[in-house]
Design a protein around this ligand. Structure first.
Ligand code: MF3
Ligand code: CO
Length: 252
């Protein structure tokens, strides 16, 4: 069942989103060569506390951290570690889901360490564009898979792969609610979108083949061909007009 959020729930999710956005801004200056992903996670935990944000990751199926930090060929669910030290040229995807007063926001953003190639810059930009193309389809009256198809088209027309094994999701009081939002598929299928639905849309894309595997820590998702991966995520509200992105600023 896809829940329709009332005004009060939407206000809380919106607050969760804007506070989470502040946390992502705060991370930026600490992404430097030599820092461990565990140190970044510890920093994030402190930033969440300052804002009364509750991590939805910590404790989820025994997960012990407040964020997922996925470097280079790690697609998603990278486990923060004292042994993973950032170096110049790394592509680092940070994913954080929180609740504020019981309502969730889920967001992921890429950071680059030092200098990256033009090819990497384009790859990052296409993932962000794919998210935007998907969000544009998050409109009342559209079908769910209009979002999926728009994402796939943007990614594949640029020659990259769309990961099949993980998907976006509805979000609200729970981090994961119905529906599952695939990043590929034919348009015009699935439920009709209605105002008050809230979705976490999150393309996961690969520079090479789209096949991925889970490493023996049970969490880390890597590309099978070791190619670079990107992940970016926003929490979006469907309205009777334009979609509202709860994890971005309206005025930049
Ligand atoms: N934020 C992730 C998502 O988009 C979930 C991470 S769950 C964790 O669904 F436990 F791995 F943190
Ligand atoms: Co998510």
């Amino acid at each position: 069942m896809i829940t329709i959020k009332n005004k009060d729930s939407i206000e809380k999710m919106s607050r969760a989103g804007s506070l989470l956005l502040e946390v992502f801004d705060a991370i930026k200056p600490i992404i430097k060569p030599g820092i461990s992903t565990e140190a970044i996670d510890t920093f994030i935990e402190d930033e969440l506390k300052k804002r009364d944000l509750v991590s939805k990751c910590k404790g989820y199926h025994g997960y012990r951290h407040v964020s997922c930090i996925s470097v280079n060929d790690v697609v998603v669910h990278g486990v923060p570690s004292p042994n993973t030290l950032l170096k110049n040229g790394d592509l680092v995807k940070v994913d954080i889901c929180v609740s504020w007063n019981g309502y969730c926001a889920d967001m992921a953003r890429p950071y680059v360490v030092g200098v990256v190639s033009d090819a990497t810059k384009k790859f990052i930009a296409v993932a962000q564009q794919a998210l935007d193309r998907g969000i544009e389809k998050a409109r009342a009256g559209n079908h769910l898979t209009d979002i999926s198809a728009a994402i796939q088209k943007e990614v594949e027309s640029n020659g990259y792969g769309v990961v099949r094994d993980f998907a976006g999701h509805g979000i609200g009081k729970q981090m994961h609610e119905d529906p599952e939002i695939l990043n590929y598929g034919k348009p015009g299928k699935g439920p009709i979108l209605r105002p008050g639905m809230t979705f976490a849309i999150e393309p996961m894309i690969t520079f090479g083949k789209y096949d991925v595997f889970i490493t023996d820590d049970g969490w880390t998702v890597k590309t099978s061909d070791k190619s670079l991966a990107m992940h970016v995520e926003d929490t979006v509200l469907i309205t009777d007009s334009d979609p509202v992105i709860l994890t971005r600023r309206t005025i930049e």
